[in-house]
Design a protein. Structure first.
Length: 202
């Protein structure tokens, strides 16, 4: 739930990671779900950290005269993470909620940048730090839930009495073999001639 994280961004990050795991599970089975969640979260953390590391330059430029009014962060790493459109929405909403005007702008070089006022750089840094932590928390929860789904899937292969399907199949084969064996003996008994009435009367 969103309350687990204190706001909406944590839940949205969790949902994004779960979707990545679900798609991987559909392609390669349940075992791939945890791997996909971990991989997506790692790439997202690295992309957010890369954006965070770029913040030193705009802050330094702001010290001199004629410093730019706006700063921009290259988000090429973030664009490589599955769910880029959703991630842009999460970052934009998180910054807006903290009073930071921002936008994602496509440049002439084909790159996308996050643009904001230089004076807001400290708050952008705080937001990115928080999103990195929320990504870690969301990933841990999503991986835990994926393990739970995997366990439930395995449990669903058991019947109501808790007997594994493999054991049920084995018992069914043994019963079938026993029935076939009994049928064969019955046929052999039918082939043995019954004693004649005179012999039985002696």
């Amino acid at each position: 739930m969103a309350d687990d994280y204190g706001d909406d961004s944590g839940q949205r990050l969790y949902d994004l990671l779960v979707r990545a795991g679900s798609m991987a599970a559909q392609r390669s089975g349940l075992a791939a779900s945890e791997v996909a969640i971990h991989d997506t979260a790692s790439r997202l953390e690295a992309a957010l950290a890369g954006m965070r590391n770029q913040l030193g330059l705009p802050e330094a430029e702001a010290q001199g005269k004629g410093s730019p009014t706006y700063a921009k962060l290259d988000v090429r790493e973030l664009a490589q993470v599955e769910g880029f459109a959703e991630l842009k929405g999460i970052i934009h909403s998180d910054l807006e909620a903290r009073g930071v005007g921002n936008g994602f702008v496509d440049g002439e070089d084909g790159r996308t940048h996050l643009v904001f006022k230089v004076e807001d750089a400290p708050r952008v840094a705080e937001c990115l730090d928080r999103l990195i932590e929320e990504t870690k928390t969301a990933a841990a929860r999503a991986e835990r839930d994926a393990r739970g789904r995997g366990a439930r899937e395995r449990d669903s292969k058991r019947d109501r009495d808790g007997e594994p399907l493999e054991d049920r199949s084995r018992r069914a084969r043994e019963a079938s073999a026993a029935i076939r064996g009994g049928t064969e003996r019955h046929r052999e008994d039918e082939r043995v001639p019954a004693p004649r009435r005179e012999e039985r009367s002696k």
